[in-house]
Design a protein around this ligand. Sequence first.
Ligand SMILES: O=C(O)CCC(=O)C(=O)O
Ligand SMILES: [Fe+2]
Length: 213
Amino acid sequence: MNQLFEAIDFVENSLYEQIISDIGTKQYSIIENFFSEEDVLVLRQLLLEKYEEDAFKKAAIGNRFEETIVKSIRGDVILWMDETKADAAELLFFNKINDLVNYLNKTCFMGILHKEFHYAIYPKNTFYKRHIDTFQNDDRRKLSFVCYLNEDGWLPENGGELVLYLNENGEEVEKIIYPFPGRVVIFESQIIEHEVKPVNTQRLSITGWLKTR
Ligand SMILES: O=C(O)CCC(=O)C(=O)O
Ligand SMILES: [Fe+2]
Protein backbone atom coordinates (compact mmCIF):
# COMPACT_ATOMS: atom_id res chain seq x y z
CA MET A 1 0.00 0.00 0.00
CA ASN A 2 2.81 2.34 0.92
CA GLN A 3 4.47 1.64 -2.38
CA LEU A 4 1.31 2.53 -4.21
CA PHE A 5 1.16 5.83 -2.37
CA GLU A 6 4.73 6.62 -3.31
CA ALA A 7 4.04 5.91 -6.94
CA ILE A 8 1.07 8.26 -6.96
CA ASP A 9 2.98 10.84 -4.96
CA PHE A 10 5.79 11.02 -7.50
CA VAL A 11 5.86 14.22 -9.53
CA GLU A 12 8.06 14.30 -12.57
CA ASN A 13 10.50 17.21 -12.56
CA SER A 14 11.50 18.27 -16.07
CA LEU A 15 14.71 19.99 -14.95
CA TYR A 16 15.93 16.88 -13.12
CA GLU A 17 14.87 14.69 -16.03
CA GLN A 18 17.01 16.89 -18.31
CA ILE A 19 20.01 16.45 -15.98
CA ILE A 20 19.53 12.67 -15.90
CA SER A 21 19.23 12.46 -19.65
CA ASP A 22 22.32 14.69 -20.19
CA ILE A 23 24.44 12.63 -17.81
CA GLY A 24 23.21 9.41 -19.41
CA THR A 25 24.13 10.56 -22.90
CA LYS A 26 27.22 12.75 -22.44
CA GLN A 27 28.34 12.31 -18.79
CA TYR A 28 27.79 15.97 -17.94
CA SER A 29 25.02 18.53 -17.65
CA ILE A 30 25.03 22.32 -17.58
CA ILE A 31 22.10 23.96 -15.85
CA GLU A 32 21.52 27.70 -16.14
CA ASN A 33 19.89 29.39 -13.15
CA PHE A 34 19.85 26.28 -10.97
CA PHE A 35 20.19 28.95 -8.31
CA SER A 36 18.25 32.21 -8.65
CA GLU A 37 19.96 35.61 -8.72
CA GLU A 38 18.79 36.11 -5.15
CA ASP A 39 20.25 32.76 -4.01
CA VAL A 40 23.56 33.54 -5.69
CA LEU A 41 23.72 36.95 -4.07
CA VAL A 42 23.12 35.55 -0.58
CA LEU A 43 25.59 32.68 -1.02
CA ARG A 44 28.26 34.98 -2.49
CA GLN A 45 27.90 37.37 0.45
CA LEU A 46 28.31 34.48 2.86
CA LEU A 47 31.36 33.13 1.06
CA LEU A 48 33.04 36.54 1.08
CA GLU A 49 32.28 37.07 4.78
CA LYS A 50 33.86 33.73 5.62
CA TYR A 51 36.85 34.56 3.43
CA GLU A 52 37.36 37.81 5.30
CA GLU A 53 37.18 35.93 8.58
CA ASP A 54 40.17 34.08 7.22
CA ALA A 55 38.37 30.78 7.65
CA PHE A 56 39.66 29.44 4.39
CA LYS A 57 42.55 27.09 4.24
CA LYS A 58 44.90 26.89 1.38
CA ALA A 59 43.58 24.03 -0.68
CA ALA A 60 45.97 21.16 -0.26
CA ILE A 61 46.35 17.86 -2.02
CA GLY A 62 49.14 16.50 0.11
CA ASN A 63 51.10 17.49 3.20
CA ARG A 64 53.05 20.69 3.89
CA PHE A 65 56.21 19.40 2.25
CA GLU A 66 54.38 19.12 -0.99
CA GLU A 67 53.13 22.67 -0.87
CA THR A 68 55.15 23.90 -3.83
CA ILE A 69 53.97 20.99 -5.89
CA VAL A 70 50.43 21.68 -4.75
CA LYS A 71 50.66 25.31 -5.84
CA SER A 72 51.72 24.23 -9.27
CA ILE A 73 48.63 22.02 -9.49
CA ARG A 74 45.91 24.09 -7.83
CA GLY A 75 45.79 27.57 -6.33
CA ASP A 76 42.28 27.82 -4.95
CA VAL A 77 41.42 28.48 -1.34
CA ILE A 78 38.64 26.33 0.09
CA LEU A 79 36.35 26.05 3.09
CA TRP A 80 34.35 22.87 3.72
CA MET A 81 30.64 23.39 4.41
CA ASP A 82 28.95 21.75 7.40
CA GLU A 83 25.29 20.96 6.80
CA THR A 84 24.68 20.35 10.51
CA LYS A 85 25.73 23.94 11.22
CA ALA A 86 24.18 25.51 8.15
CA ASP A 87 22.66 28.97 8.48
CA ALA A 88 19.55 30.05 6.54
CA ALA A 89 21.40 30.71 3.29
CA GLU A 90 23.26 27.42 3.42
CA LEU A 91 20.05 25.57 4.23
CA LEU A 92 18.57 26.98 1.07
CA PHE A 93 21.57 25.55 -0.78
CA PHE A 94 21.35 22.13 0.88
CA ASN A 95 17.58 21.91 0.43
CA LYS A 96 18.04 22.21 -3.32
CA ILE A 97 20.84 19.66 -3.33
CA ASN A 98 18.88 17.21 -1.19
CA ASP A 99 15.84 17.53 -3.41
CA LEU A 100 17.95 16.65 -6.44
CA VAL A 101 19.65 13.75 -4.62
CA ASN A 102 16.29 12.31 -3.53
CA TYR A 103 15.05 12.49 -7.09
CA LEU A 104 18.18 10.79 -8.47
CA ASN A 105 17.95 8.03 -5.89
CA LYS A 106 14.27 7.49 -6.53
CA THR A 107 14.34 7.52 -10.31
CA CYS A 108 17.82 6.21 -11.16
CA PHE A 109 18.67 4.14 -8.08
CA MET A 110 21.94 6.04 -7.91
CA GLY A 111 22.52 5.08 -4.29
CA ILE A 112 23.84 8.46 -3.22
CA LEU A 113 24.28 8.27 0.53
CA HIS A 114 26.79 11.00 1.26
CA LYS A 115 27.80 14.36 -0.01
CA GLU A 116 30.57 16.86 0.61
CA PHE A 117 30.77 20.49 -0.45
CA HIS A 118 33.22 23.32 -0.11
CA TYR A 119 33.36 26.98 -0.98
CA ALA A 120 36.21 27.87 -3.31
CA ILE A 121 37.93 31.10 -4.20
CA TYR A 122 40.43 31.24 -7.03
CA PRO A 123 42.49 34.41 -6.49
CA LYS A 124 43.87 36.20 -9.55
CA ASN A 125 46.48 34.13 -11.44
CA THR A 126 45.45 30.79 -9.92
CA PHE A 127 44.18 27.68 -11.70
CA TYR A 128 43.56 23.96 -11.22
CA LYS A 129 45.48 21.79 -13.64
CA ARG A 130 43.88 18.93 -15.54
CA HIS A 131 42.72 16.20 -13.15
CA ILE A 132 40.03 13.69 -12.26
CA ASP A 133 37.99 14.03 -9.05
CA THR A 134 38.41 10.51 -7.69
CA PHE A 135 41.36 9.61 -5.52
CA GLN A 136 43.32 6.40 -5.94
CA ASN A 137 41.60 3.50 -4.17
CA ASP A 138 38.54 5.58 -3.50
CA ASP A 139 35.76 5.51 -6.04
CA ARG A 140 32.98 6.81 -3.82
CA ARG A 141 32.68 10.12 -5.61
CA LYS A 142 30.00 9.58 -8.21
CA LEU A 143 28.92 13.03 -9.42
CA SER A 144 30.87 16.27 -9.25
CA PHE A 145 28.85 19.42 -8.77
CA VAL A 146 30.05 23.00 -9.32
CA CYS A 147 28.00 26.12 -8.79
CA TYR A 148 29.35 29.55 -9.68
CA LEU A 149 28.83 32.55 -7.43
CA ASN A 150 30.52 35.25 -9.49
CA GLU A 151 29.00 38.66 -9.98
CA ASP A 152 26.76 39.40 -12.93
CA GLY A 153 28.60 40.40 -16.06
CA TRP A 154 31.43 37.85 -15.77
CA LEU A 155 33.43 38.19 -18.99
CA PRO A 156 35.19 35.45 -20.95
CA GLU A 157 38.41 37.50 -20.70
CA ASN A 158 38.28 37.04 -16.90
CA GLY A 159 39.56 33.52 -17.62
CA GLY A 160 38.78 30.74 -15.16
CA GLU A 161 36.83 28.67 -17.63
CA LEU A 162 36.17 25.07 -16.70
CA VAL A 163 37.35 22.78 -19.48
CA LEU A 164 35.91 19.27 -19.65
CA TYR A 165 37.94 16.81 -21.73
CA LEU A 166 35.38 14.64 -23.47
CA ASN A 167 35.79 11.60 -25.61
CA GLU A 168 33.66 11.80 -28.73
CA ASN A 169 34.03 8.78 -30.98
CA GLY A 170 37.60 8.21 -29.83
CA GLU A 171 38.56 11.86 -30.31
CA GLU A 172 39.33 14.22 -27.43
CA VAL A 173 37.06 17.24 -27.48
CA GLU A 174 37.30 20.24 -25.14
CA LYS A 175 34.07 21.58 -23.73
CA ILE A 176 34.65 25.12 -22.45
CA ILE A 177 32.31 26.35 -19.72
CA TYR A 178 32.35 29.91 -18.39
CA PRO A 179 31.66 30.37 -14.66
CA PHE A 180 28.53 32.49 -15.01
CA PRO A 181 26.59 33.15 -11.79
CA GLY A 182 23.80 30.68 -10.99
CA ARG A 183 25.16 28.18 -13.49
CA VAL A 184 25.66 24.64 -12.25
CA VAL A 185 27.77 21.94 -13.88
CA ILE A 186 27.34 18.30 -12.92
CA PHE A 187 29.58 15.58 -14.30
CA GLU A 188 30.69 12.01 -13.74
CA SER A 189 33.53 12.20 -11.21
CA GLN A 190 35.14 8.94 -12.27
CA ILE A 191 35.16 9.60 -15.99
CA ILE A 192 35.63 13.25 -16.87
CA GLU A 193 39.05 14.86 -16.76
CA HIS A 194 38.84 18.62 -16.41
CA GLU A 195 40.74 21.77 -15.48
CA VAL A 196 40.20 25.34 -14.39
CA LYS A 197 42.09 27.78 -16.63
CA PRO A 198 44.05 30.62 -15.00
CA VAL A 199 41.81 33.38 -13.68
CA ASN A 200 42.41 37.09 -14.21
CA THR A 201 39.79 38.12 -11.67
CA GLN A 202 38.86 36.45 -8.37
CA ARG A 203 36.52 33.53 -9.13
CA LEU A 204 33.91 32.27 -6.65
CA SER A 205 32.14 28.92 -6.44
CA ILE A 206 30.81 26.02 -4.42
CA THR A 207 32.10 22.60 -5.43
CA GLY A 208 30.91 19.28 -4.15
CA TRP A 209 30.53 15.58 -4.68
CA LEU A 210 27.60 13.19 -4.42
CA LYS A 211 28.96 9.92 -3.12
CA THR A 212 27.96 6.33 -2.74
CA ARG A 213 28.66 4.54 0.58
O1 LIG B 1 35.54 25.25 -10.23
C1 LIG B 1 35.45 24.47 -11.18
O2 LIG B 1 34.95 24.82 -12.27
C2 LIG B 1 35.97 23.06 -11.03
C3 LIG B 1 36.70 22.81 -9.73
C4 LIG B 1 37.32 21.44 -9.66
O3 LIG B 1 37.60 20.82 -10.65
C5 LIG B 1 37.59 20.80 -8.35
O4 LIG B 1 37.51 21.48 -7.30
O5 LIG B 1 37.90 19.59 -8.33
FE1 LIG C 1 37.82 18.77 -10.18
